[in-house]
Design a protein around this ligand. Structure first.
Ligand SMILES: Cc1ncc(COP(=O)(O)O)c(C=O)c1O
Length: 461
């Protein structure tokens, strides 16, 4: 919750601190600048994915070990980015290195299921309480296939999602994410806006966004869709939003969504690409005690290898089993990925590991909150499991509208630069949060809090 802010932030000072820290970072990362000059001649924008780009140039990494990464300039940093939340195991975890090493020597791909895939499915079934599983290679593939299964199950085309939520880069979900505010319209009746070009408007129009943490608005929109003869197949959502910093569900919200989707015969998909395996052994499904019809998991699943999964009830997944829906892919259940996932689930992400992560997150959240209160900064620390952030906002953020209206873009930018110059590797972009790993220590946490304290002191001096 937002603490009483006493400090009046001096905008000129923030901007001069940004300028100073940006210059310092440029100076310390000249190897990345040179690599960018070379990379952009062959790689579009000098990066493999647009989310890796950064102005004036991206930071190129070389190696990682446990909670530490190194860049091409030899800067050694505590990793709080963790591959957009994929590396809850830490880098090069011995159990995963061993499992992958053994598997490499035994053949890496057959397009036939190996026993590791069965072990992983059994463990996911146990953790999430959903009966049937399939594998894929990325979070985007998982949400794409989950929506297709929901459409087939219900015989309907429309999809409801949460305004501002990211579910991957396929057409059905690249809708109403980072939009211009004057176009989105009324909260009760948001427009369906394409996220980037190249998505047919006919597909965009099939997806309707509603605000997070407002079951009433969701139900009213669904009722209007029913009246317009376009009842949705599914609601796809994160149970806790992870692409606006962290926004937790208000008490009772998820239960209401579960009740209303069930009452209307609409499938509920929890997109656990970020939350699954990172915030609890059984993800948000376990942590919040609300069971969806399907979950999608990726990121943490493969310990850094491209892996994803869909879990669903026996009834829903029967459409996959009987061939009604083609849930397919050459690399699905790839032996190397499954070996990594098996080692990760059975040897690394143990109950003790989750207890360690929870204790670390309590420490970083308490440390950051104490900095905020001592300096009277507008903002609050918030998190769950391996995830968290400081939200620089004078008011509590509950959805995308309150995030956009209140988040202090300049301080968020400054915090990223400040961290990078003090050995804290964070995701560029103001919507992201930290991810802790099982290999993080109190020393790493205290380094993060110390960098934040230094920034807060200078900001409010
Ligand atoms: C909640 C959520 N769903 C889906 C995706 C897409 O996953 P991927 O990038 O593996 O395709 C992401 C990626 O950040 C995500 O955060």
């Amino acid at each position: 919750m937002a603490a009483e802010a006493t400090a009046q932030l001096n905008r000129e000072r923030i901007r001069s601190m940004i300028e100073r820290e940006a210059a310092r970072l440029d100076e310390r990362t000249q190897g990345s600048a040179a690599m960018y000059d070379r990379a952009r001649r062959s790689l579009s924008g000098g990066v493999a994915s647009s989310y890796q780009a950064r102005d004036p140039f991206p930071i190129y990494l070389t190696t990682g070990a446990g909670p530490v990464v190194n860049d091409v300039d030899g800067n050694r940093m505590w990793d709080f980015h963790n591959g957009f939340g994929s590396m809850v195991q830490g880098h090069a975890h011995p159990a995963i290195v061993r499992a992958v090493g053994e598997r490499v020597a035994e053949g890496t791909h057959f397009a036939a299921t190996t026993e590791d895939g069965i072990l992983v499915a059994e463990e996911l079934q146990r953790r999430f309480g959903l009966e049937r599983w399939r594998f894929l290679n990325s979070g985007s593939e998982a949400t794409m296939d989950a929506i297709r299964i929901a459409r087939a199950f219900t015989g309907r085309d429309q999809v409801v999602k949460i305004f501002g939520s990211y579910h991957g880069h396929h057409d059905a979900v690249m809708v109403s994410i980072g939009v211009e505010y004057d176009q989105i319209g009324d909260r009760e009746n948001y427009a369906s806006l394409s996220y980037g070009a190249g998505i047919p408007q006919a597909i965009v129009d099939l997806t309707v966004a509603v605000p997070f943490n407002d079951a009433g608005a969701m139900e009213r929109r669904i009722e209007r869709m029913v009246a317009e003869d376009r009842k949705p197949a599914c609601v796809i959502m994160e149970a806790a939003m992870m692409n606006l910093g962290v926004v937790l569900p208000e008490d009772g919200y998820l239960e209401e969504v579960r009740e209303l989707t069930r009452r209307h015969g609409i499938l509920l998909i929890f997109d656990e690409v970020k939350t699954g395996l990172a915030i609890a052994p059984g993800g948000a499904t376990e942590r919040f005690g609300v069971k969806p019809d399907m979950v999608t998991i990726a990121k943490t699943l493969g310990g850094g290898l491209p892996s994803a999964a869909i879990g669903g009830s026996e009834e829903v997944m029967a459409l996959v089993e009987d061939g009604t829906v083609y849930q397919v892919g050459t690399y699905n259940g790839n032996p190397l990925c499954m070996a990594a996932a098996r080692a990760s689930l059975l040897e690394v992400l143990t109950p003790d590991a989750y207890a360690h992560i929870d204790a670390l997150n309590d420490r970083i959240l308490a440390g950051c909150q104490s900095v905020i209160e001592r300096h009277g900064l507008p903002g609050y620390a918030i998190g769950i499991g391996a995830k968290g952030c400081v939200t620089f906002s004078p008011a509590k953020v509950t959805d995308y509208e309150s995030f956009k209206a209140n988040q202090d873009v300049e301080v968020t930018e400054l915090a990223w630069l400040f961290n990078m110059n003090r050995g804290i590797f964070m995701t560029p972009g103001r919507e992201e949060e930290w991810t802790l790993s099982v290999t993080h220590t109190n020393e790493a946490i205290d380094a993060y809090v110390a960098a934040f304290d230094e920034m807060a002191a200078e900001l409010t001096a």
